[in-house]
Design a protein around this ligand. Structure first.
Ligand code: SF4
Length: 341
């Protein structure tokens, strides 16, 4: 079901500028954007995957990962095909790269926004997550869903690579509660060579989304030999800490995937090294991910040091939450930063 990709504008030279992401595609009649799911047809930019969900699950919100966001609840999670990045290590390449690798074919079950919200309510989810592929490429579908979700008392989460334009964030911010944003590296060459993108727009997006009051958590997948030097890890930690020491940082283990099967999985020690660096730089909340490590995936009160959310499991999915409904530490009264109700 193609719908108007209205986050776009006509340029004087007759092309159409897509205003969703920092790739800033300028397209002529019949052309597709880099994401492969936005195309100019009959003089208008169309979203080819509107209402077509290629992956749908009820997930623990911890899997997003969002650790300071309604812990121990489920998030109705869906995505479409298509992506504005082309990461060689993509864990979801079967859907994210599908249109570009299959002559712009798309697939997905018909799931209009109203139906998604109905299902989320039926399954007892407290939020909807736009995830699996990059949500900004199906922006208008997320926008319509988020609006209805908000009316029904659900929260909305973007799990994103952080290429949203300011206009996309401004438009969605009234309905968007949380974002998990990847900082995949702190080197522009990494973004260019491995992801088909650039570093600067990502950092700008993180800062802008944070300035809009959206709850942000950051994820970095540490890939052996690619982005796991002490210097680079510290650069990322410093960037986050300068913005806000209360932003949770998830350092996750890579597993060989897609076009990066020649690189070994991330050793657990690398994640713990990153954890220590994050703490040294003043971050209050650092978490290891994709491994089972209770000590490094639980939340500690930054004031008294007591465990306030105990997590176990590879994605921190076994949760005991000691906080009250306002996120207050039961031992010392410190208000842990996050979205708790
Ligand atoms: S969302 Fe797609 S069409 Fe729009 S700018 Fe990004 S890559 Fe290009």
């Amino acid at each position: 079901m193609a719908a108007s990709a209205w986050l776009s504008k006509k340029l004087k030279n007759g092309k159409i500028l897509c205003e969703a992401c920092a790739q800033a595609c300028k397209l002529e009649e019949g052309e597709y954007g880099i994401c492969g799911v936005r195309k100019v047809e009959e003089g208008e930019l169309k979203l080819l995957v509107y209402g077509r969900a290629a992956a749908v699950n009820v997930d623990p919100v911890e899997k997003k990962p969002m650790f300071h966001f309604l812990p121990n609840t489920t998030s109705f999670s869906f995505g479409t095909v298509g992506c504005n990045f082309s990461c060689k290590f993509c864990q979801n390449y079967e859907i994210s790269q599908y249109p570009k690798e299959h002559n712009y074919r798309i697939f997905g079950e018909e799931l209009p926004p109203e139906k998604i919200v109905d299902l989320a309510v039926e399954y007892g989810c407290k939020s909807i997550s736009y995830t699996y592929n990059e949500p900004v490429v199906f922006f208008e579908y997320t926008y319509d869903t988020a609006k209805i979700a908000r009316e029904k008392g659900l929260k909305n989460i973007y799990v994103t690579s952080g290429y949203e334009t300011r206009k996309a964030i401004d438009t969605l911010a009234p309905y968007l509660d949380g974002m998990n944003i990847d900082i995949k590296s702190f080197r522009d060459e990494f973004y260019k060579e491995i992801c088909g993108a650039r570093l600067k727009p990502v950092l700008e997006c993180v800062k802008y989304a944070h300035s809009k009051g959206i709850w942000i958590e950051i994820t970095t997948l540490l890939i052996p030999g690619k982005n796991d030097s002490n210097e680079e890890i510290r650069d990322i930690a410093k960037f986050i800490a300068e913005l806000d020491t209360a932003i949770p940082w998830h350092v996750s283990a890579f597993y060989p995937m897609y076009k990066m099967t020649d690189v070994p999985p991330t050793p657990a020690d690398t994640l713990r090294r990153a954890y220590d660096i994050g703490k040294e730089e003043g971050l209050k909340y650092v978490y290891v991910g994709n491994i089972d490590d209770r000590k490094h995936e639980s939340t500690y009160c930054p004031q008294c040091g007591k465990v306030v959310i105990d997590r176990r499991g590879r994605i921190g999915q076994f949760v005991t939450n000691y906080l009250d409904e306002n996120g207050t530490c039961p031992n010392c009264g410190y208000k842990i930063e996050g979205i708790w109700k």
